[in-house]
Design a protein around this ligand. Structure first.
Ligand SMILES: Nc1ncnc2c1ncn2[C@@H]1O[C@H](COP(=O)(O)OP(=O)(O)OP(=O)(O)O)[C@@H](O)[C@H]1O
Length: 251
């Protein structure tokens, strides 16, 4: 579904931030991109999305080279959803209006049908449909961002640090929601994350970047179990707490 071939990319006339990255992601899997601050995780996601154009190599979606295709065309023609890193809900709009913003291009009956499905899936949003988004918790705002991306039934969902700024409990809720999207829809999900242990707990495969290159790639379960990986890239031993019950159920 997504294939990144030897991609190089950077900003302006600056150096290459990505120095020859290869990555694949298929339908029905969560692929997480990990690594230290500034290693190029978000830049890679922006290359896949179309915000940053590769200087070399190619990004393919469903076998087509989409390296030069702009974000809005990918959303429209390749059914891509993108949820950016920073809190991107509109605080002064209602929950309903925020979700419906993602469906402006859909015919009204389809839009209403999709909206009703989403409200059934996310009761925390359904109960607050007419409230301003400013009244939501951090976790609920992140679920709202997801719902806005999901209303157009994407095939590919790109998430830039969905757990940023969330408490551990909210983080669990958001990751459980992401895993449920994969299980329910078979969507191809690519997720940049800082919280490596949590991300690996729900992901199927992972790429660890270092200085703009892929340092390690593999099955998430294998990477979680690898002592060298833990020492070098995951900040030591896993947290002592047991996984959240919903996460345990997911894995
Ligand atoms: N718009 C930009 N213009 C110039 N340089 C940028 C821009 N965005 C990012 N960079 C630089 O690119 C490098 C990689 O940034 P990127 O955001 O991809 O890293 P990251 O791994 O996602 O980091 P973090 O985990 O801190 O979010 C950094 O040195 C950063 O300063």
């Amino acid at each position: 579904m997504i294939r990144v071939n030897n991609v190089r990319a950077g900003y302006g006339d600056g150096p290459d931030i990505l120095q020859g990255i290869d990555l694949t992601a298929s339908g029905g899997e969560i692929v997480t991109i990990l690594g230290p601050n500034g290693c190029g995780k978000s830049t890679l996601l922006k290359c896949i999305a179309g915000f940053v154009r590769p200087r070399g190599g190619a990004v393919e979606m469903e076998g087509r080279d989409v390296s030069a295709v702009a974000v809005h065309d990918k959303v429209k023609h390749h059914r891509m959803g993108f949820v950016p890193q920073t809190d991107n809900v509109f605080s002064t709009l209602t929950v309903a209006d925020n979700v419906l913003l993602g469906a402006r291009h859909l015919p009204v009956p389809e839009r209403n049908e999709r909206y009703a499905e989403l409200m059934a899936q996310y009761p925390s949003l359904a109960s607050k449909q007419e409230r301003k988004a400013s009244a939501l918790s951090g976790g609920e705002r992140q679920i709202l961002s997801l719902a806005r991306a999901l209303i157009s039934t994407p095939k590919v969902l790109l998430l830039d640090e969905p757990s940023a700024g969330l408490s551990p409990l909210m983080m669990h809720e958001v990751f459980a929601a992401i895993a449920a999207i994969r299980d329910r829809t078979g969507m191809c999900i690519v997720m940049v994350e800082q919280n490596a242990f949590e991300a690996l707990s729900v992901a199927d495969r992972a790429y660890v970047l270092s200085l703009g290159k892929v340092a390690i790639e593999g099955r998430a379960a294998d990477l979680l179990a690898d002592p060298a990986m833990r020492h070098l890239y995951l900040g030591g031993e896993p947290p002592p707490a047991e996984p959240h019950p919903r996460l345990a159920a997911v894995s």
